[in-house]
Design a protein. Structure first.
Length: 93
């Protein structure tokens, strides 16, 4: 460049890939951190939901025992618990 026109002021020459990479470095770090925090949040939500469902099942154990004693199929008991858990996950009371 200096050989073509000596009046051009050149401070530092860098390949365009390096310039773009340096520009996007902060965005990449932010995205990686956000992805990590999102995964931790999802894990905490799953563990919390499991705990609530487990507590509910243990509290309703007698009710399920009575239903089984009266002849309710195991699939109906599972669907009862699953419907309650999905409703809880969806935000319904």
């Amino acid at each position: 460049m200096a050989a073509l026109d000596p009046a051009i002021a050149l401070a530092s020459l860098q390949p365009m890939e390096d310039v773009v990479s340096a520009t996007l470095q902060v965005d990449r770090l932010t995205t990686t951190l956000l992805r990590g925090f999102s995964l931790v949040t999802l894990l905490l939500a799953v563990v919390g939901l499991y705990g609530v469902v487990s507590c509910n099942v243990s509290m309703r154990m007698r009710e399920m025992g009575v239903l089984i004693a009266l002849g309710a199929p195991a699939g109906d008991i599972r669907s009862l618990i699953l419907k309650w858990a999905l409703g809880l996950a969806a935000g319904e009371s």
